[in-house]
Design a protein around this ligand. Structure first.
Ligand code: ADQ
Length: 471
């Protein structure tokens, strides 16, 4: 059996998270790695004054973690720079926040070349290599230059931007060309895939992919597909009933004092639409006087990328809006907007989700958004809450039974909150059942199996919906 080598910017098995949040991704990849006696390679998260290329190997059961330290300048230019100040904002349609600096470009190229060199030494002849996300787009090209002939796949967790935005990136063609060194390139949604093939057609003059999603460009052939990521549903449905889940549920119930809760859970990121969400909630409080003191909103936003200015600015604005809303509407025993920057364990989150009558998930742009799926999976089937979901989350393509909103439209979001709070039981249950059906069927196992099958060269439908469907 061939080994699976997973490569991502950071390497973190659940064990590493020190009791904080355990990403579903880490769990899912962990399972795939165990099955394939795999290796997980990436940055350790640590810096060293001078890059050595030394790999710290650690074996946990059947999985080997392989981590390298980076220099501080790498973290500035590659991670905080090209990844988080150039590609992240651009791929989330924020060209106003996108910084183009030559040093970032050079740092990105340097770290990818260093990763390739370190990784190449670990690769055996039959190994499958699965590279994750925008930090590492050029990795396959670097590996090929070192003579690596293995099958290599790339999955993009974030959206692929419209051609009109992508072409503002100096070197956009080089970035796209790099992806053609992979055997498989996977996107979250058909829309993202169409944006990619749209770029190929207009900028490169390449035709539509064939029936297997194969497309030829830059002298190479690659298979394109949409592989919508899911969650491990029972982590949340069972998690809500676990001891930790029940405790956080009970704690919420007690603090609610008979009021109903609207919940949001996000990394504190401008793509998540938190500012717009707070303003829509403020509008709801202004217009639905009868609901005041009967509901409250809990926003749990963990700090993220705090070294990047745009994140610090956003944090300041959110603090100000939360203060204003609570100052204007709060009473001596009612805080309308509870806003916390704490991270919670997965079981605790499940209990919180279950206690909420409304899940408010309103990103301005999101590759998928797993919180929407986690909220659904955590509900009590006999008394489920209502999901309000942005049309700009990748998840909206699968979750049409949510109340779908335009997060920029305060009236619409405020109206959807009122509709969710007043929805009749039959409709609430019907919508939830449809959503839950999708969350359970198109789960994280389906996602990784369909991608790994494609990487092995096997075509599986419908899980791996291939590029020709998008045409
Ligand atoms: P993210 O942008 O991080 O992921 P998301 O999909 O919502 O977005 O995943 C966030 C994860 O972190 C969820 O599992 C959530 O439970 C957890 N989390 C968030 N806040 C937390 C808190 N306060 N405490 C504990 N846990 C918290 C990127 C893309 C997404 C895509 C995923 C997976 O931006 O679009 O869905 O990758 O591909």
């Amino acid at each position: 059996m061939s080994r699976l080598i997973v490569v991502s910017n950071r390497v973190s098995l659940p064990r590493d998270t020190g009791g904080g949040s355990v990403g579903g991704l880490a769990a899912a990849l962990g399972a795939a790695l165990r099955e394939h006696h795999g290796v997980w390679f990436g940055w350790s998260g640590e810096t060293t004054p001078q890059y050595t290329g030394q790999i710290a190997m650690e074996r946990i059961g059947d999985v080997t973690l392989a981590r390298v330290d980076l220099e501080p300048v790498d973290v500035d230019e590659y991670y905080n720079g090209y990844a988080n100040k150039t590609l992240w904002p651009l791929f989330h349609d924020r060209i106003d926040l996108t910084a183009y600096e030559r040093s970032f470009d050079a740092g990105y190229a340097r770290v990818n070349a260093r990763f390739a060199e370190a990784l190449a030494a670990l690769i055996g002849p039959d190994d499958l290599i699965w590279v994750h996300d925008y930090h590492l787009a050029p990795l396959a090209r670097e590996l090929r230059a070192l003579g690596v002939k293995n099958r290599i796949g790339f999955f993009l967790h974030i959206p692929w931007p419209a051609r009109q935005l992508l072409v503002t990136l100096p070197g956009h063609r080089k970035l796209v060309e790099a992806l053609f060194h992979y055997d498989v390139v996977g996107f979250q949604t058909q829309d993202n895939l169409s944006a990619f093939t749209g770029y190929l057609s207009k900028e490169i003059g390449v035709g539509t992919p064939d029936d297997h999603g194969m497309v030829a460009a830059f002298g190479r052939r690659t298979r394109l597909g949409a592989f919508p990521i899911g969650i491990k549903a029972d982590d949340f449905s069972d998690g809500a009933l676990s001891q930790g889940g029940q405790e956080s549920f009970a704690r919420m119930q007690e603090s609610m004092a008979g009021r109903r809760m609207i919940v949001g859970v996000d990394r504190l990121d401008y793509s998540k639409g938190l500012e717009e969400r707070f303003l829509a909630y403020e509008q709801f409080l202004a217009t639905q006087e009868a609901q005041r003191e009967k509901v409250f909103m809990l926003e749990i936003a963990t700090l993220s990328r705090d070294a990047v200015e745009a994140y610090q600015d956003l944090r300041g604005r959110l603090d100000a809006i939360a203060g204003r809303v609570n100052g204007a509407y709060g009473t001596m025993d009612w805080v309308p907007l509870r806003y916390v920057n704490t991270g919670y364990r997965q079981d605790e989150l499940a209990g919180i989700y279950r206690a909420a009558a409304v899940g408010l998930v309103t990103p301005l742009r999101d590759g998928m958004n797993l919180v929407a799926k986690e909220y659904v999976a955590s509900q009590d089937p006999e008394d489920p809450g209502v999901l309000i979901l942005s049309r700009f989350a990748g998840a909206a393509a699968q979750m049409g039974s949510a109340l779908i909103v335009n997060p920029y439209d305060r009236d619409e979001v405020s109206g959807a909150i009122q509709r969710a709070l007043t929805m009749g039981y039959a409709e609430r249950r019907r919508r939830w059942e449809k959503l839950m059906d999708n969350v359970v069927t198109e789960d994280i196992v389906a996602w990784r199996e369909s991608f790994v099958d494609a990487l092995k060269g096997e075509v599986r439908t419908p899980a791996a919906r291939l590029a020709n469907d998008a045409a």
